[in-house]
Design a protein around this ligand. Structure first.
Ligand code: SF4
Length: 401
């Protein structure tokens, strides 16, 4: 068995750091994935890729990265973009404050660094939203600084090789892992080494390690002891909170009502259909009408059911009941005239009546984008969708509150 063979030739890693480094670098040279930011290693590309990959898996990250670089090919273009545009490019990645920080940082680089990404660690750390991990990644991968990059992949690899026997996110394990990560970085090769560690964790030393293919097998203490399934030691799992919420799509003629959330808080500055949580002893339909009245002052009633959208966020699972709305008869405006402005906006900074095509340019939370796509086929054939928006609603069963 490969595991037994590897165990029989075990070389304690702490005594063979040079051999371990070389084995890892050789493996990376032969096995690294071709990724768009690995062509020129510009600080801008490394920065954007690192922040995106904190949000999503590699394949999806590459797709977002390519789209981003088409739209914002350099820092100057990014700095000149509107926040709306930046959020739209980020849409679906979550943690929208990170997108806003990237924009602020780009503007700071233009204003204070002459448009050139700073190379000193302290200056990189001084950019908005850049924490220790991202700063270390850019400094080492783009500028060759002798610093480690410790993401979840690297935590797992080090916990197994060095048999770290307590939860990796907490001390003492976190400190032990960082110290080994730093000791492992070879002089002059931090770019390749850091990426090799992350790549090994992603491709070989995953949740189910493929030790028979691992270039570090002979150094790995966990493999030697036969306990790879017990490393890393898991920490306390985050509690997932279910959220039962509603949203309503109000139309007037061919226009749809949307509002922009305040900058602070969840989904800051994103556009949404109004709505909120379902209170105890309240039906989703009642909640939709109540929330709409509270947030906009519009008196509405439910005209159609648009189904339920489920979406998982980091620590909660959203069940979003979706309804088509119309003005309550007493307030109903003539659909041929300009739609009315809301009497109040209690949960937003701005409101608009937009066409289905307009929705495509607005940054929306993932669940609301799913609803927009479902109703209007945005991005597939917007022109057709605009003409068929009303029949799509009419096809759904009507239900009055
Ligand atoms: S793949 Fe196996 S041998 Fe390699 S580092 Fe992970 S646990 Fe150790």
């Amino acid at each position: 068995m490969p595991e037994q063979a590897a165990a029989s030739t075990h070389l304690p890693p702490q005594n063979h750091l040079g051999d371990l480094q070389n084995a890892l670098l050789d493996w990376f040279a032969a096995n690294q994935r071709r990724l768009p930011w690995r062509v020129n290693y510009t600080p801008y590309e490394v920065w954007i890729s690192e922040v995106m990959l904190q949000q999503t898996q590699m394949e999806r990250g590459v797709s977002y990265f390519n789209r981003w670089m088409q739209r914002f090919p350099d820092i100057a273009t990014l700095a000149a973009a509107s926040e709306e545009d930046v959020l739209r490019q980020w849409e679906g990645l979550g943690y929208y404050s990170r997108a806003r920080h990237i924009l602020t940082a780009a503007r700071k680089i233009m204003a204070e660094h002459g448009g050139v990404f700073p190379s000193e660690l302290e200056a990189i750390r001084g950019l908005p939203g850049v924490g220790p991990y991202t700063a270390g990644a850019v400094a080492s991968i783009a500028f060759g600084e002798k610093l480690p990059c410790v993401d979840a992949n690297v935590e797992r690899v080090i916990a197994r090789i060095f048999d770290v026997d307590s939860p990796v996110k907490q001390n003492p394990a976190a400190g032990i892992i960082h110290r080994w990560a730093l000791r492992l970085v070879p002089d002059g090769r931090s770019r390749e080494h850091n990426q090799a560690m992350m790549e090994l964790g992603a491709l070989v030393c995953g949740k189910k390690p493929r030790c028979a293919e691992c270039p570090l097998a002979r150094f790995c203490i966990s493999l030697h002891l036969g306990i790879t399934d017990q490393r890393p030691v898991p920490g306390k799992r985050a509690t997932i909170t279910p959220v039962n919420a509603v949203t309503g799509v109000l139309r007037c003629g061919n226009r749809i009502f949307v509002q922009k959330r305040p900058p602070a808080g969840v989904w800051g500055n994103l556009w949404e259909f109004p709505g909120g949580r379902v209170e105890p002893d309240e039906s989703p339909e009642q909640a939709t009408v109540r929330e709409f009245m509270e947030e906009t002052g519009f008196a509405v009633r439910v005209a159609a059911q648009h189904g339920i959208i489920r979406h998982g966020y980091t620590t909660y699972r959203l069940t979003l009941h979706c309804f088509g709305l119309e003005f309550d008869s007493a307030d109903a405006p003539d659909s041929q005239i300009t739609p009315p402005q809301p009497p109040l906006l209690s949960a937003a900074t701005e409101a608009r009546w937009v066409t289905p095509q307009d929705l495509d340019a607005l940054a929306m939370p993932a669940a609301h984008r799913k609803l927009a796509d479902k109703l209007f086929a945005i991005g597939k054939d917007s022109a057709v969708a605009a003409n068929t928006a009303a029949p799509r609603q009419a096809n759904l069963p009507l239900k009055k509150p």
